[in-house]
Design a protein around this ligand. Structure first.
Ligand SMILES: C[C@@](CO)(OP(=O)(O)O)[C@H](O)COP(=O)(O)OP(=O)(O)OC[C@H]1O[C@@H](n2ccc(N)nc2=O)[C@H](O)[C@@H]1O
Ligand SMILES: Nc1ncnc2c1ncn2[C@@H]1O[C@H](COP(=O)(O)OP(=O)(O)O)[C@@H](O)[C@H]1O
Length: 284
């Protein structure tokens, strides 16, 4: 059972406003160009520092992820190892973000754990160091630690600040789990989008190179996207399965949400170029 403490630490979701696959490296990872923006839809974590070393996680995730695989405990363990901290922590997770949806919940939980425990344990590692540690846990973790919308290259870790328009988004969650590794291993994934400079990319038309393949492999994604495209410019985020439509006004997004067929689910959220984690840190 989750017993929330006084004030939680947010772990916001992200959208990939565009995602280009430029090639495959010798280690199998893909070279990407992508634009990350946060949304104000979050998991929440709480922490209680203990004097002895064990780490304990309480969550409402059920058995979805074993403790040994959970990115929260993996992040806390790594920070302990690297900093030599001998304290422990009890951690509470209120999981709200759909898993495996391409909105980065696991990576964001890991980032919030690193940032919060670095503060609460007094380990005083720099943001840069935390981003290096985060990268060992997943390609998307550094951008969540940095907390600012960013254009990313490499495997997603070379970040340049960006300020895309902060639309209201209707995010739909197809009822399928898309494995990131499977999509990147698929022979039919297009991997040859030319690398462009940031200015051309920001001013060009935005696309997701994984979208057609994911829609082909998962008809539920294709169906959800087709439905949303009737109402707004819409794309997939990351390697899916979630898709998002962009709206100028919150009410427009809510009106479309109200029309959602009973076999679809979704939520409305605002784009944010500064993450809720970064805003929380600024309050300390
Ligand atoms: C491609 C993105 C875009 O945001 O997809 P989503 O996961 O958000 O959908 C992410 O960078 C994913 O980041 P993350 O989910 O942290 O990926 P990781 O755990 O590092 O990698 C999962 C698997 O995806 C493949 N992978 C991942 C990133 C990358 N640039 N090239 C890859 O080929 C690798 O096979 C790796 O084993
Ligand atoms: N705290 C966590 N929250 C969500 N997923 C986690 C967590 N820890 C480990 N995982 C694993 O990471 C996978 C990807 O999770 P998630 O970040 O939600 O997806 P995506 O990267 O597609 O947005 C999950 O399917 C799960 O197996």
């Amino acid at each position: 059972m989750i017993n929330k403490l006084s004030q939680g630490w947010p772990a916001p979701a992200k959208l990939n406003l565009f995602l280009h696959v430029n090639g495959r490296r010798a280690d199998g990872y893909h070279e990407l160009q992508t634009l990350f923006q946060f949304i104000d839809y979050c998991d929440y974590l709480d922490f209680k520092v203990t004097d002895t070393s064990p780490l304990k996680l309480h969550s409402n995730m059920g058995n979805a992820v074993a403790d040994s695989d959970n990115l929260i405990l993996r992040a806390a363990k790594l920070l302990k190892q690297i900093s030599g901290c001998d304290k422990g922590a009890e951690i509470w997770l209120d999981k709200r973000l759909p898993m495996g949806g391409g909105i980065g919940g696991g990576s964001s939980d890991a980032a919030t754990t690193l940032v919060a425990l670095n503060h609460l344990w007094g380990t005083q590692l720099s943001k840069q160091k935390l981003m290096e540690i985060g990268l060992q846990l997943g390609a998307d973790v550094p951008v969540f630690i940095n907390g600012l919308a960013a254009f990313a290259e490499g495997v997603g870790e070379e970040l340049q600040p960006a300020s895309p328009k902060e639309y209201w988004y209707l995010v739909l969650i197809p009822n399928v789990h898309v494995s990131t590794a499977e999509i990147f291993q698929d022979p039919e994934l297009p991997r040859d989008t030319p690398k462009l400079d940031i200015a051309s990319l920001m001013n060009g038309s935005w696309q997701n190179d994984c979208q057609s393949l994911v829609a082909k492999r998962h008809p539920q994604v294709a169906k959800t996207l087709l439905w949303l495209l009737e109402y707004a410019p819409s794309r997939m985020t990351g390697t899916g399965a979630c898709v998002f439509g962009e709206f100028e006004q919150q009410q427009q997004a809510l009106d479309v949400l109200a029309k959602l067929p009973s076999d679809m689910t979704g939520f409305v959220a605002k784009g944010a170029n500064t993450s809720s984690l970064e805003l929380r840190l600024a309050q300390l």
